[in-house]
Write a protein that binds this ligand. Structure first.
Ligand code: ADP
Length: 638
């Protein structure tokens, strides 16, 4: 398996996205970033204190040998080591609490929070979904993207500080002069030699980092394949735990399908696979070259230079420890600086993708008018010559729809599947905006209202409604906290009363076992009732039932609809169904056909019009159920 190599961003672009990501972290967690900076500062300083004190002790041992001075030096070394590591641990802990532990949550929130803010049609766009899923896969698979930013920042800062610390302790290495009696070795004093030595160190550091960055870039450049490996691993890893697959897996031994990945000699998991070959081949070679250059040239040059100067008498033996320690760290930090720059560049295209996603403009929900809160629920909604087609589709799904809801009305929207009923509701809830015409709330275009405010007017149960794995009470309230008596009352009204009595944990019962082993799996019918209770709990002036009962037979649906009608009280209720029998009790029935409202009126009036669509549909559907049953069914409902 081989995929196309990606392109790295330019140096300037890389810098820009990395700086932006850093600002983002600063905004998300200023305390965490401060702890990180302090911790890094401390961490970078600590070794130099040890190096300096060791050098002083050795100097003392090989020189004056004063017991008093030795004692105080050793004490200073011990106390400083203890204090430094204590402070380091404390700062590290604080940083972990402030930054690392919340990092995943905050960045995750950033990503899915954006999905909730985006214009609805953009969230449905496969390109947007793909973008988010690629960002996540890169994050979980290779650790690329936003999560790598604090880590890179940390190593960069550490390298810079280390560089400064090393520099401070090595200045005297270059300034201390080899005495004239050392003869030929006085060339070590020559500024030209020192410049060459420094240039050589810089070149070796650069070369070593170039090799290691090149090796690491393979994962970045081939992140798509790498992500696939990670996806497959996650899939296989959790296969045994999947409750939804457990029974089928056992009966059909489906795990065998996965074995092909193991058997395939050239597959991604095998020792002949693409990544294994890369690791054995160029990636491994680059890493080896990086280490070789670092050890042979950097360490070798440092030892040679320091030992020669000490040999020639430029300084004492104690200083050899200091210089070797400090200059090794100094050159290591040059390498680390370049490595981090490489890592930042490798990460830049992943950051760019994240920002491209976060920068998708939110154009639709910009209205600012507040919706008047009315106790009398006197809201009227009007569709004025509304036409609509889905983004990217040429065909109109709704054409010139004109209608008005009266307050407290029971409105039914009926029509064959695909006639535009759900689309009509989606426009009402502003999941989409009309292409032509306008929808008005109390005479004002709904686009002008603050979206949250406007949405608070509606309680909708869609056909594919979703409940969460939280507690029953939280599901009814659609929130973290809930008003128990009210939630219980709504569940009772929705026909869940008896079942609620049977549950030992009552409203605290978790739905499913994701969060609690004592959680209960509810049946489809029970879930519907919970969803209906949720609409009642919200207590919005408009209630919409968009065929949440589609999985039931027509008679059961009719029963639920008509019974529900008794409990919606003074609210405006809109019932959607392709089954005409379910909505016959409504005062006003809109008949949709191919995106247009072709008829409107009560059941009696519509069914009397023999030329109308309603008459045709009613008689076509009547063969599936007995009209008398449908009419009388409400008692047994809920
Ligand atoms: P109904 O609720 O009456 O069954 P819908 O409003 O769901 O009808 O669908 C009306 C038409 O719009 C159908 O032809 C359907 O295929 C199309 N449609 C629905 N949703 C989308 C969408 N997200 N993108 C494109 N077309 C869609």
């Amino acid at each position: 398996m081989k995929d196309k190599e990606k392109k790295l961003l330019s140096f300037r672009e890389s810098l820009q996205v990395n700086l932006r990501a850093l600002k983002l972290f600063w905004k998300m967690s200023p305390k965490g970033m401060l702890c990180k900076i302090a911790g890094t500062f401390w961490g970078a300083l600590t070794p130099y204190v040890g190096i300096r004190l060791s050098a002083l002790i050795i100097e003392e041992l090989s020189g004056a040998r004063s017991p008093e001075r030795l004692k105080s030096l050793i004490l200073a070394a011990l106390v400083s080591a203890a204090l430094f590591s204590l402070a380091s641990v404390l700062l590290d802990r604080a940083m972990q609490v402030e930054l690392d532990s919340v990092n995943w949550f905050r960045t995750d929130h950033l990503l899915w929070g954006k999905m909730l803010e985006l214009d609805y049609h953009i969230t449905e766009d496969p390109e947007t979904r793909k973008m988010l899923s690629t960002i996540r896969q890169n994050m979980n698979g290779g650790g690329w993207g936003i999560h790598r930013v604090p880590e890179n920042f940390d190593t960069l800062l550490r390298a810079v500080l280390s560089l400064l610390g090393g520099l401070a302790l090595t200045v005297s290495l270059f300034t201390s002069r080899v005495p004239e009696e050392a003869g030929g070795l006085t060339f070590l004093n020559s500024p030209l030699f020192m410049a060459l030595f420094l240039a050589g160190m810089l070149a070796a550091s650069l070369l070593s980092s170039f090799f290691s960055t090149r090796a690491n870039s393979y994962y970045a450049l081939h992140s798509d394949s790498h992500n696939l490996v990670n996806r497959l691993f996650s899939f296989f890893g959790f296969l045994g735990q999947r409750r939804d697959l457990a029974a089928d897996m056992r009966i059909y031994r489906q795990e065998q399908i996965c074995m092909k990945y193991n058997k395939d000699k050239t597959g991604i998991f095998s020792s002949q696979g693409y990544f294994a070959r890369l690791a054995r081949g160029p990636m491994g070679l680059y890493l080896a070259a990086s280490s070789a250059v670092s050890i042979l040239f950097l360490t070798g040059m440092v030892y040679l230079f320091v030992c020669l100067k000490a040999w020639a008498g430029a300084f004492g033996i104690g200083m050899v420890t200091q210089y070797i320690g400090a200059i090794s760290r100094f050159s290591g930090s040059i390498g680390s600086l370049f490595d981090t720059a490489g890592s930042m560049r490798n990460n830049a295209s992943f950051l760019k993708l994240t920002f491209d996603y976060l920068d998708i403009p939110n154009a639709m929900y910009q209205g600012s008018l507040t919706v008047e809160k009315r106790n009398d629920r006197k809201y009227d909604v009007e569709f004025r010559d509304v036409s609509f087609r889905y983004p990217g589709s040429g065909d109109y799904v709704l054409r010139h729809v004109n209608m008005k809801f009266r307050v407290g009305e029971r409105l039914a929207v009926v029509g064959m599947n695909g006639s535009g009923k759900t689309t009509f509701i989606k426009l009402l809830c502003r999941l989409y905006d009309p292409i032509e015409g306008a929808i008005l709330l109390n005479g004002i275009d709904i686009r002008k209202y603050n979206y949250e405010d406007y949405l608070s007017l509606f309680s909708v149960v869609f056909q594919d409604f979703a409940l969460t794995d939280y507690t029953l009470g939280q599901n009814v309230a659609a929130g973290e906290t809930y008003d128990g008596p009210n939630a219980r009352e709504c569940l009772k009204k929705a026909g869940f009363g008896e079942r609620l009595e049977e549950l030992p944990l009552g409203l605290e019962t978790y739905l499913g076992k994701t969060f609690d082993q004592k959680g209960v799996d509810m049946s489809g019918g029970e879930r519907q009732k919970i969803a209906l209770a949720r609409t009642l709990y919200k207590n919005a002036p408009f209630i919409v039932l968009d065929e949440p009962t589609a999985a039931l037979d027509p008679i059961a649906e009719a029963e639920i609809y008509s019974k529900f009608n008794d409990i919606v009280e003074d609210r405006t209720a809109i019932y959607i169904s392709h089954r005409l029998s379910s909505c016959r009790f409504c005062d006003n029935i809109l008949v949709f056909h191919k995106g247009s409202v072709v008829q409107q009126g009560s059941h009696e009036r519509l069914v009397a019009d023999e030329k109308g669509k309603y008459y045709e549909l009613w008689h076509a559907q009547a063969q599936y159920y007995d009209e008398k049953t449908v009419g009388a069914g409400a008692e047994a409902a809920l």
